[in-house]
Design a protein around this ligand. Structure first.
Ligand code: ZN
Ligand code: FE
Length: 254
């Protein structure tokens, strides 16, 4: 089982420090910055051996070079985006697996937010690192992709086991919920998530990771093919891609 620590940085980013206990390998997932990561690793006496990047945005790769210089770690990132990941040593692509010590991750190509975005699924630890593709009760903005691409990407992630924990890269859940209830107001699972997240945030706790099972039921961006959601936004019977595009468009201007 991976030991996963969450480091909140900048205004709402999460960096993850992931240790595979049998080998002692330690990966940093999407280091926005270096300082807090190096400090936390030192405090834990963990030796950083890898960086796993999901996509090229500065709030995901900003710490790459400084951490690599400090530790000599190997940087793993999307082969679908070979030129925009600073210091990338190992390119992984859809369908590849990458082993962190004795734990295997499976790589998914999930374009939409960016054209090269990937996610890492550690099946044996029920952990998905999905960057800015899926958030709790949300999804990433379509900076470089089409609704069709993003919906396809999200459907692939949605198909993972419900017990999968979603280690996304931002604490956006409360504002995502404020939007979600405007398109899916009758959804009981969403209302439950709203209550749970309110309590967590009031107690100063993160709302991430969430459970995929809860996202499947409550995240409107995973429900573009649910007849109730289509009906609630006046698009009953329409193609799920169109429903997804409409929900994403409404969120962009919310
Ligand atoms: Zn991003
Ligand atoms: Fe981001």
């Amino acid at each position: 089982m991976l030991d996963i620590r969450q480091i909140p940085v900048l205004s709402d980013n999460f960096i993850y420090l992931v240790r595979e206990p049998a080998s002692g390998a330690v990966a940093v997932v999407d280091p926005a910055v270096a300082g807090p990561v190096l400090e936390e690793a030192k405090r834990l006496s963990w030796k950083i051996t890898h960086i796993l990047n999901t996509h090229h945005h500065p709030d995901h790769v900003g710490g790459n070079m400084e951490i690599k210089e400090a530790t000599g770690c190997v940087i793993v990132g999307p082969g679908h985006d070979p030129d925009r990941i600073p210091g990338m040593d190992v390119e992984v692509r859809d369908g590849d697996s990458y082993d962190l010590g004795k734990e295997r991750s499976q790589v998914f190509f999930v374009p939409g937010h960016t054209r090269g975005h990937i996610a890492y699924w550690f099946k044996d630890s029920d952990a998905l690192f999905c960057g800015d593709t899926m958030f709790s009760i949300g999804c990433g903005r379509l900076f470089e992709g089409t609704p069709q691409q993003m919906w396809t990407s999200l459907k692939r992630l949605r198909a993972l086991p419900p017990a999968t924990r979603i280690y996304c890269a931002h604490e956006y859940t409360e504002s995502n919920i404020r939007f979600a209830v405007t398109v899916d107001p009758e959804n009981e699972a969403l209302r439950k998530r709203e209550r749970d997240v309110k309590a967590l945030r009031a107690a100063g706790k993160p709302s991430v990771p969430s459970l995929l099972g809860e996202e499947q039921a409550a995240n409107p961006f995973l429900r573009a093919d649910a007849p109730e959601l289509a009906a609630a936004i006046g698009m009953a019977g329409r193609d799920p891609v169109d429903v997804f595009a409409e929900v994403r468009k409404r969120k962009d201007v919310f």
